[in-house]
Structures are given as C-alpha cells and as structure tokens.
Design a binder for this molecule. Structure first.
Ligand code: HEC
Length: 470
C-alpha cells in the first residue's frame, strides 16, 4: 500500500505522556541498550557454549571453556529478562498504538514466548548442572545444550519481528499472523545483524572474563594459555564484527525509505567508523599482541560501547521519522472520532446538529476575509486573482503567507501569518476553490486533519491532550 492515505489508522490514546517525551525517548534508548547487552550475552553465550562443547570432543580444553561459559549464560539470561522490563515499559508508553498494533497482529507468537522462554531456561539449567551426571551420555547432554541454544535463537526473533512491524503501518492490513510478519523486509537482515552482534559482544565479554586477574581457568587448561585465549576471542569478535558490517547495509536498504535522512546517515557513519577502529585494534592484538592485554581490551570495549550508543540512537532516530507522518494522521483521526462522538451526544441531549465547518473555511473567514473578498479588492487582491496565480500551486500560497513581500503598486503590505503547514494548506485550497467559482465544500475532502468548526467545541479537551503526545 503506497498511498499513506490508505494506511490503517488506529485510534490514538488522548492521554498526556507521563513524562517529558525527550526523557522517555532517552530512557527508551538507554534502557534498551542495557537490556540488549545481556540478551547478546545470553544468545552469544549459549551459542558459543555448544560450539565449544562440540569442539571439545577433540580438544578437551574447549569443553572446559564451554563449561565456564555455560556458567555465565544462566546469570546473563536472568539479567536480560529483568532488564527487559524497562524498555518494554518505555516502548509501551511512548509507542502505544504502534506497539499495541504489532502485538495484536502477532499475538500468538507473543503468548508463545512464555512457554518458549520457560523451556529455554530449564534446558540451560539442566545443561549447566547435569554436566557431570550426563558425562556418560555426552550426546544427550550436548542435545540439551543445542535445544536450549536453538530456543534462544527463536526468542529474540519474535521480539524483533514485533518491533519491526511497528515501522510498517502501510503493511499492517496485509499481516496475517506472526509468520507473515516474518516475511516483511528488514526482519532477516536485522536478525542476522543481531546474531553477529551477540557473538561479537560475547567474545569481548569472555576475553575480560577469562583474562581477568586471578581467573582459575588457566590452571584447568592443558594446551591453551592466556595468549591463545586472547587470540581466540579477539578472532571471534573480529569475525563477528565484520559480519555485522556486512549485514548493516542490508538492514538499511530494506527499511522503508521515508525514515532516512542525512542526519541518520551521519550517526551511522560515526558508529561504523568507531567499529572500524575497534576492528583495527582487535587485528593488532591478534597479529602483534601487546605484553599487557588490558589497556587495548579496554580501548576496544570503549569503542564498541560507543558504536552501540551511536547505532542504538540511530535506530531510534530512524523509527521516529519513519512513523512521524503516520503518527500525525493517527492523532488527527483520534480528534475526528472524538468530535463525532461528542457531536452525537450533543445531538441526543439538545436535538441540535453541530455543523462542521471545514478548516480552510474557518481560517479564511477568521483570518483572511478581512482583506480578501471573492471578486473585489478590499485591502488585498480578490480571490479570483489569487486563484488565477496559484491554481496549480497551493503550496505557493503557504510560502507567500508565511513571508509576504511588497508586490503590487498601490497596495499596503500584507502581514505574515505563520499558522503552520496544515492550516495554511487548508486555507490555500479553500481560497483557490472559492476564487475559481467551485464549491469549496464539495470538492475538498475535509479529511481527518480538520478541526471541529463550532463554537461549542466538544473535542477541544481531548485535542489539547492529544497534542501533548506529539
Ligand atoms: C491585513 C490585510 C490582509 C490580510 C489579513 C491578509 N492579506 Fe493577503 N494580501 C494583502 C495585501 C495588501 C496583498 C497584496 C500585497 C502585494 O501585492 O504587495 C495580499 C496578497 C495576498 C496574496 C497574493 C500573493 C501574490 O503572489 O500575489 C495571497 C495568496 C494572500 N494575500 C493570501 C492571504 C492569506 C492566505 C491570508 C490569511 C491567512 C491573507 N492573505 C490575509 C493583505 C492581507
């Protein structure tokens, strides 16, 4: 559905936001990053656990590492879940109708998360605690780990599909259940980007985890030493960061283009640059490691953290501009519906019908008619003349009215009226129609953006509140 006018318009909720919108957005971005860090460690950790366990069949050191990593997964998954409450709440409050719609359209998968997550957690615990007891049945033990890791791969996909669906109001009518939402553009590139990030972040985390002073792992390894661990985890982190760079452009080109801007591209470029510097440092650590591991590890960690901030912020910038236009339409639709309801109550109570005067006519009559009549000069030129000048260019009237200048001999100057795009476009359309001798009421679709025209304005209270959500 290309025409935005055809998009489904849910009703907004005419309540003021509970906090300043900038604060809410900042919270959303920061809490989300904090949450996704632990999700990354949970997903990356469970993946590396099973991969290392498989490698451990040939090289026992990897089994030792796998066992240690499994110990971190259960902790990180608990943190991921608890830290998920914050962004969930923030997204709920700030993107209410978008989040609601995405949830409603993929409800079965949402509910399915509960048993899936429960099962995944149980499997990870069994895998971790039954390591010795299942030593005689290694295939069974490994299968439990693989099943847990596989579930951990599915769970973020459900969330991601859902959040992605918020960005596609134009496709909502086509979505029929979770599986069809999975086929929307952007889902898969974004998912693989996320998986690569999970592995990269986890590898960096494990670098710190195993190289920290006093880590007992070294005494338990047979052939691997600290230097080898360092190369190993930098190698994984470097490869996975490279994969992210490869998926990044795919993520961008599969997004609806109305959210793109040079500002966003600037933010992403900063993120990519930081990541490239981090990759360079990782590479240096692999080919010519410094005697002391920590300074460079801290530098890499800082760069990657800043990259994550840039990307997390960029993602938010994108989302804001992608749904901006639709959000205005939703708010206008909400005003419209509330006006209709109030007018119906008024009719029941008084028997009177409220007449809705189109926005353009209201502005004309209240603001322009003092100087512009239809076919004679009052103070300014008549509408017949204006219609002749601007018949195919109503936006030209908007430009003029915001900044008029001296044009005609013998006329006074017209004052500027900065009433905003919506009102000025409406009055422009109205003046052109009236000046061309058309019936301005019939031709023009009053549209949802229009205000109730009566002095008795039953929608006003709700409207003021709705604008707060802007
Ligand atoms: C106080 C008197 C006054 C009011 C109020 C006024 N105008 Fe004007 N308008 C003028 C005058 C005078 C001119 C001619 C200026 C000139 O040509 O130098 C003019 C010219 C115009 C023109 C012709 C521009 C062109 O390119 O020739 C447009 C369009 C216009 N007005 C739109 C509006 C709209 C829309 C409103 C209401 C929002 C409005 N005016 C309100 C006095 C007014």
């Amino acid at each position: 559905m290309d025409r935005i006018a055809d998009w489904p318009l849910p009703l907004d909720i005419p309540l003021p936001l509970p906090a300043d919108s900038v604060l809410l957005q900042a919270l959303l971005v920061l809490l989300f990053l904090w949450h996704i860090l632990f999700v990354n460690l949970m997903v990356g950790g469970s993946l590396l656990t099973v991969v290392f366990q498989i490698l451990g069949r040939r090289r026992p050191d990897f089994e030792t590492l796998a066992r240690s990593i499994a110990g971190t997964v259960t902790v990180n998954k608990s943190l991921a879940v608890v830290m998920g409450v914050g962004p969930l709440l923030a997204v709920n409050v700030y993107y209410t109708v978008y989040f609601y719609t995405a949830n409603a359209l993929t409800g079965e998968a949402w509910i399915g998360l509960v048993p899936l997550v429960t099962l995944a957690f149980l499997l990870t615990y069994v895998h971790k605690y039954a390591w010795d007891r299942l030593a005689s049945a290694p295939a069974l033990h490994l299968s439990i780990g693989i099943a847990g890791a596989a579930l951990f791969l599915v769970i973020p996909l459900v969330f991601l599909t859902n959040i992605n669906l918020m960005l596609f109001p134009g496709r909502w009518l086509e979505v029929d259940g979770y599986l069809s939402a999975l086929l929307l553009p952007n889902v898969w590139p974004r998912y693989f980007h996320f998986l690569a990030a999970s592995v990269a972040i986890t590898a960096l985390f494990l670098l710190f985890f195993f190289l920290r002073a006093g880590c007992p792992i070294e005494s338990r390894l047979q052939t691997l030493d600290r230097a080898a661990l360092r190369r190993l985890f930098y190698g994984i982190a470097l490869g996975a960061t490279g994969l992210q760079l490869a998926f990044g452009p795919l993520v961008l080109v599969t997004l609806p283009s109305q959210g793109m801007s040079w500002y966003l591209i600037g933010v992403i470029t900063i993120g990519v640059t930081l990541a490239l510097v981090a990759m360079h440092l990782m590479w240096r650590e692999i080919v010519s490691p410094r005697p002391s591991a920590m300074p460079r590890a801290v530098a890499v960690f800082t760069l990657i953290t800043l990259t994550a901030f840039a990307m997390g912020y960029g993602r938010h910038v994108y989302r804001e501009s992608a749904i901006d236009e639709h959000r205005d339409l939703v708010a206008a639709h909400g005003r419209e519906v509330r006006w209709e309801i109030a007018a119906a109550h008024w009719r029941d109570a008084t028997g009177q019908t409220l007449v809705k005067v189109p926005l353009g006519q209201r502005i004309y009559e209240s603001t322009c008619a003092a100087c512009h009549a239809v076919d004679r000069v009052v103070v300014g030129p008549p509408l017949t003349e204006i219609a002749g000048l601007y018949r195919d260019d109503p936006a030209g009237i908007v430009t003029w009215t915001e900044a008029p200048y001296r044009k005609r001999e013998g006329f006074t100057a017209m004052p500027a009226f900065k009433l905003g795009e919506e009102k000025l476009m409406a009055v422009a359309g109205y003046m052109i129609a009236l000046g061309s001798g058309e019936d301005p009421g019939s031709g023009e679709d009053p549209g949802p953006g229009e205000d109730p025209g009566s002095d008795t304005d039953p929608g006003a209270a709700g409207e003021a509140a709705a604008e707060d959500r802007g």
